[in-house]
Design a protein around this ligand. Structure first.
Ligand code: ATP
Length: 308
């Protein structure tokens, strides 16, 4: 019976190597030009046939993830089921390794994984474009978690163009104690802008991709990428969490060739020129007491994929 098996999907976290944020639109959203980069920190989502839609979560941060219908992975399963006239009768188990509320799109990753896993379990045969369409309804970061690699995200981040990348890059991530709310970080960004030229769409230059950053990615040039890293939300994240300045300084002093706050934070990302330097940066961060944990990884990596 094909319906009696379970399906496990592995899905990566992302870092935005560029996050250019436009002014606040009338609908409350901000236009973005962002470059998503999938890194080798993964969650795994396993779906198993069940009487009703249920969720369990395992991992260090599990207590901070909802285990009910508000979990983004549960919403994804329900959306795919509704589209095909099915009951979302599955148990979802999330093995969580991506920091929660860390600016690495962990919830979005789980939603993408649930779409792929349920599609395989139910044999609904959604083509990639169909999955991407459903993903965009779940959140702006969900389509990228399906795709992986490196991609330019426009609109609210959901309009994706895959980008060529000329090599692997070495990353270190400093995981903070506690998360930051993405809406709160955008609100702080608006507040800071309103003190200057203004925070509306007409007040802020339209967000565009930086040609130097795109060239650095294409050439696999870590030094150039390190110099081009940019996050317009960083001043807001630092205002809400001033301690992140010390984390960023520690990684820089230890030899990182670039650093930035990941997405809306508070995870900090450091680019290293090679694996050895990544280890040095990670050791310095771990010894500094400026973060809760440190992860070393490489990227880019592929998006959500069935592994079992
Ligand atoms: P982004 O980078 O997309 O802004 P984030 O990495 O900062 O997201 P998430 O880890 O996705 O943040 O979690 C944000 C909030 O979403 C959490 O505080 C949690 O309450 C809720 N949430 C819902 N489903 C999930 C999930 N599957 N995993 C993690 N958080 C979830």
């Amino acid at each position: 019976m094909p319906f009696e098996r379970s399906v496990t999907v592995r899905v990566p976290a992302k870092v935005n190597v560029q996050l250019a944020v436009g002014g606040r639109r009338a609908d409350g959203y901000h236009g973005l030009a962002t470059v998503f980069f999938a890194v080798g920190l993964y969650d795994e989502v396993t779906v198993t046939p069940a009487e009703a839609l249920t969720v369990t979560v395992a991992g260090t941060d599990a207590a901070h993830v909802p285990a009910d219908g508000s979990n983004l992975a549960a919403k994804a399963a329900a959306l795919l089921a509704a589209r095909h006239g099915l009951a979302p009768a599955v148990h979802l188990h999330i093995a969580k390794n991506i920091p929660v509320a860390g600016g690495m799109a962990g919830g979005s990753a789980d939603a993408a994984a649930a779409l792929v896993a349920c599609d395989a379990l139910w044999g609904t045969g959604e083509p990639p474009a169909g999955l991407a369409h459903l993903a965009a309804q779940l959140g702006s970061d969900v389509p990228f978690a399906l795709l992986g690699g490196v991609a330019l995200g426009e609109g609210r981040g959901e309009l994706l163009t895959p980008l060529p990348v000329g090599g692997a890059f070495h990353w270190v991530f400093a995981v903070a104690d506690g998360g930051l709310s993405t809406p709160a970080v955008y609100a702080e960004c608006d507040r800071q802008r309103a003190l200057g030229a203004g925070s509306g769409e007409a007040d802020v230059p339209p967000p565009t991709a930086d040609p130097a950053l795109l060239a650095a990615l294409r050439d696999g040039d870590a030094a150039a990428l390190g110099a081009a890293l940019r996050n317009d939300l960083q001043p807001a994240a630092l205002a809400l969490r001033p301690a992140l300045a010390a984390t960023l300084a520690t990684g820089g002093d230890a030899g990182a060739i670039g650093s930035l706050v990941s997405g809306s934070g508070p995870t900090c990302a450091f680019l290293a020129k090679d694996a050895e330097t990544a280890r040095t940066v990670a050791d310095a961060l771990a010894a500094s007491g400026t973060c809760r944990g440190v992860r070393i990884t490489e990227g880019p990596v592929p998006g959500a994929a069935v592994v079992g």
